[in-house]
Each structure stands twice: as structure tokens, then as C-alpha cells.
Write a protein that binds this ligand. Structure first.
Ligand code: ZN
Length: 364
């Protein structure tokens, strides 16, 4: 349990640090980064509307934390009614970004076949909602295969003690290509054309060159895509932000592989702070205010825009679901509404692949 908590926290921990942290030493680190950012051109170089993206990790017809954190109390199946409400929220605010669809969620089987303990009609309805309601607005990517134990491509068995983050560190490049190719194929089999991939936890951060190249090859195998991207790097709202970057090029194919980071931690991840609804609400409200103050004048989003870093916000399927209470989704609605009121026609929600495309274009 501690190991999984650490994995979660490493990448996403919402921060307990109050607004204004930028005034301190982190502000200095950022100032140093800024001159670098302006040289490389960036979002600030884009003409017209400022692009925003919303990343939702860990999407699945079951709550992935049911198995990831033994003892975690949550409805095992995420009801279609909730998934529909999420889709309605996307429609209402015209949200765009990336949504994960885990190909073999919690090692229960393949979503293009069947999942243990999951009624087939529940799976089919979830996939239909993904195709018809989410895919038109969001890139849909796998998050490796299981977001848990790695899958042995030769034996077809799950390697219980080798989680996917440890697996990729030691796997030969060819095996990673095959692994990602299977992930894209499973999604394609259910009618989803993935533009890129998402790392579970911070998988691949120690072998990023191998990872980026393997992704390029797998995307070429399945889709012949010249531009592909991945989500691995994430900064909380009190950490120096991260720029998009080209991590691999294949000149013969004319292919580029882009890293698209998130620059605000998951402010809706309230599940492990307290079971108390009010305590969770305060944490979520504070997070929203840190991203964009109630008067709309300050906050992380402004800092990102002014310094030319991509406005990419991450959350999770589990955070929105909040053990069936939907408290996180309520928070997302408040945030999206505030963004809409403050930025009006000056911004637009875009997919992460569009974020990647504009970044590459800005590099000439
Ligand atoms: Zn994840």
C-alpha cells in the first residue's frame, strides 16, 4: 500500500502549500527558467486564443483504486450514470484534453474481450460512451496496459511482482514497442484511435529516450502517425512548470514524439486526506483558488500564461468519482465555470495532441 501511495504522490500530490509559494525560492527557480522559455518560444508565442488542456488519467469501467489500494472503499463499478454526467460536463464547458482508457484495467482482462467481475453490458456501455461522447473532444490514450502489474506478452500472464513502472525500466526496446502496439491495438479494436500514450505513475522517467523512441515505433506500426505524444511529466502548482519538448525524431519518417506535461497537480484528489466531506471540500476549494483566485486576477494559471508554459491541468477518474460521491466532479465544474468567466473568448480548450502540434509548429 505504501509503495502505491508513493507512486501516486510522486506524480500528482495536490499540494498543501498555500497560494503565494511562488514568492519564495520557487519563484527564483522559475525566473531562471523563464529566460530559457522565451528563447525556445512557447505558448506565449501563439497568436490568438490561449490553449488550455485538461488531462484525466486512469479512465476505466471500474474504479482502479479498488485493486491499486487494497482496502480502499469505493463502488467497484463506476456507474454509466456518472460517466454520462462527466460527458455532459465536457459538453457544457466545451472541455478538451486527454482521457485515459486503460486497455487491461486492474489486470482483469482486455476491454476488447471481457473483464472478470464486470458485466459485459456495463463494459459495452462504458466503451460506447467513450466512443460517442468523449472521443470527439478528447484524445483517448492507453496508460500502458494494466496500470498495475506488467503483462507478459509471451505467456499472456500478469507478472504480479513486476509493476509496469519497474518493467519499462528494464525491458528491451523491442518489447516496449510490442507492449505499446498491443495497447493501441486493443483500443483500436473498440473503435478508438489513440494519438499517444500516458505513463502510469512516472513510468519511463528513468529511461525516457528508450520510451519516446518505442512510442514512435509503436505509433508507426499501428497508425503511421508522424506526430505522436506522451504524458509523463507533471508539476504541482507549487513546483517550477515544465515545457513541452520534442523527445524523439525519426527524420526518414518525418516523425516527431512530443512530451506534453501537466503544470497543475490533481487538486481534486481528496480521497486520502479525510473521509469528512467538509474537509475534502475545503481542500478542493483551496486548490481551485490556487489555480485561479476567486476574483480571477491571480493564481497558477496566470503564472503559466505569463511565463509561456502550457496550461495543462491533470486530474483522475477516481478523483472525479471520489468513492461514488462525485465531489471531485463538482469541483471540476466550479473550476471550469470560473475559467470560462475569467478568460471568456481569450482562451480555448484544446486536445493534448493539438497542444503538441502547436508546440512543434512554434519551433519552426
Ligand atoms: Zn494513472
Amino acid at each position: 500500500m505504501n509503495k502505491m501511495n508513493r507512486r501516486t504522490l510522486l506524480k500528482y500530490a495536490g499540494t498543501g502549500i498555500a497560494a503565494g509559494a511562488f514568492a519564495g525560492s520557487i519563484g527564483k527557480v522559475m525566473a531562471a527558467d523563464l529566460s530559457d522559455a522565451s528563447e525556445h518560444s512557447s505558448n506565449s508565442g501563439f497568436k490568438g486564443k490561449i490553449p488550455f488542456s485538461l488531462i484525466i488519467d486512469d479512465g476505466s469501467p471500474v474504479d482502479p483504486l479498488f485493486y491499486e489500494l487494497p482496502g480502499y472503499e469505493t463502488p467497484f463499478l463506476v456507474p454509466a450514470k456518472f460517466t454520462r454526467r462527466v460527458a455532459d460536463t465536457f459538453d457544457h464547458f466545451n472541455l478538451r484534453g486527454k482521457f485515459t482508457l486503460i486497455p487491461m484495467p486492474s489486470c482483469l482482462g482486455r476491454i476488447d474481450q471481457s473483464l472478470q467481475r464486470v458485466p459485459q453490458d456495463h463494459l459495452i456501455e462504458f466503451l460506447k460512451l467513450m466512443r460517442e461522447r468523449i472521443a470527439p473532444k478528447f484524445d483517448i490514450t492507453p496508460e500502458f496496459l494494466t496500470h498495475l502489474s506488467s503483462y507478459d506478452l509471451k505467456t499472456g500472464k500478469y507478472q504480479r511482482h513486476l509493476y509496469e513502472d519497474s518493467w519499462i525500466s528494464q525491458a528491451p526496446e523491442e518489447e516496449i514497442v510490442e507492449y505499446f502496439t498491443l495497447a493501441f491495438t486493443i483500443l483500436r479494436n473498440v473503435g478508438i484511435e489513440s494519438t499517444g500514450i500516458t505513463s502510469p505513475w512516472v513510468s519511463g522517467i528513468d529511461v525516457e529516450n528508450k520510451y519516446a523512441k518505442a512510442l514512435g515505433n509503436a505509433q508507426w506500426n499501428v497508425f503511421k502517425r508522424k506526430l505522436t505524444w506522451y504524458f509523463l511529466h507533471a508539476a504541482s502548482d507549487n513546483e517550477p512548470p515544465v515545457q513541452c519538448s520534442v523527445e524523439y525524431r525519426d527524420p526518414e519518417r518525418g516523425q516527431v514524439v512530443v512530451s506534453v506535461p501537466s503544470n497543475a497537480g490533481d487538486i481534486f484528489w481528496s480521497m486520502d486526506i479525510s473521509p469528512d466531506k467538509k474537509v475534502r471540500q475545503k481542500m478542493i476549494n483551496d486548490g481551485i483558488d490556487r489555480l485561479l483566485s476567486p476574483d480571477g486576477k491571480t493564481g497558477r494559471i496566470h503564472q503559466l500564461i505569463e511565463s509561456g508554459f502550457p496550461v495543462v491541468i491533470v486530474t483522475h477518474w477516481q478523483s472525479l468519482f471520489t468513492q461514488g460521491t462525485e465531489q471531485g466532479l463538482e469541483g471540476l465544474i466550479v473550476l471550469a465555470d470560473r475559467i470560462q468567466k475569467v478568460f471568456g473568448t481569450g482562451f480555448e480548450w484544446v486536445t493534448c495532441s493539438e497542444m503538441a502540434r502547436r508546440y512543434v509548429e512554434s519551433q519552426g
